[in-house]
Design a protein around this ligand. Sequence first.
Ligand code: PXP
Length: 244
Amino acid sequence: MIPMRLSINIDHVATLRNARGGNHPDPVEAAEAVLGAGADGITVHLREDRRHIRDHDVERLRARLSAPLNLEMAATEEMVAIAERLRPSDCCLVPEKRAELTTEGGLDVLRAGPFLGEALGRLVAAGIKASVFVEADPAQIEACARLGAKAIELHTGAYADAAPADRPALLARLAEGARVAVAAGLECHAGHGLAYDTIGGIAALPEVTEVSIGHFLVGQAVFEGLPEAVRRMKWLIAASRGLG
Ligand code: PXP
């Protein structure tokens, strides 16, 4: 099986920094630490309310890192203009609600207005690998391909949050979504809520070539340090893909 890339979402390093209003812990330093521990890329979500990552963070990450940078953002004129200016390697379009604690569901591509196709077209024209965060619903996934996305990110939140007994059925649905994505010519990524005990099922899906993990690893850093948590997650991924 081909290796799976691990992109580390460092939003909550910024959450911690913002709690005291200073510069510590610095998300850019965290990015350098996780890349040093073997992570394959960095993900940040620039939310409309800038509750964690701020514009300056994205600018500094873009200037300082040579590793892939995945900018998660809402499909809005403001965000597309930022992406066109900063040109991260990847952009993942996500639904965004002001009151939510985290991204709650996949983007409803079938009901989205015309701006979604325009946003994807502009991102691709800027040389960015444009993806969409979606549920494992074949109709949604195929619509992403029709609108010009290059990749999708499957929402793994329901699988990750489910009781162990309920996970096989949810994993089967994600596996089917991954097959539909590849058949539609899309790269298939996955993420949300993943932890040591749930990564194995996702990493065993051959079509999924990248996962994005944030909250669990930043939380785990309290106990074992961020580089060690990343190394352990990388090891679990490799073992599930028969590459350990
Ligand atoms: N993928 C997307 C689209 C997300 O919005 C998030 C959360 O910001 C993640 C992945 C990472 O989820 P978690 O922080 O639960 O690992």
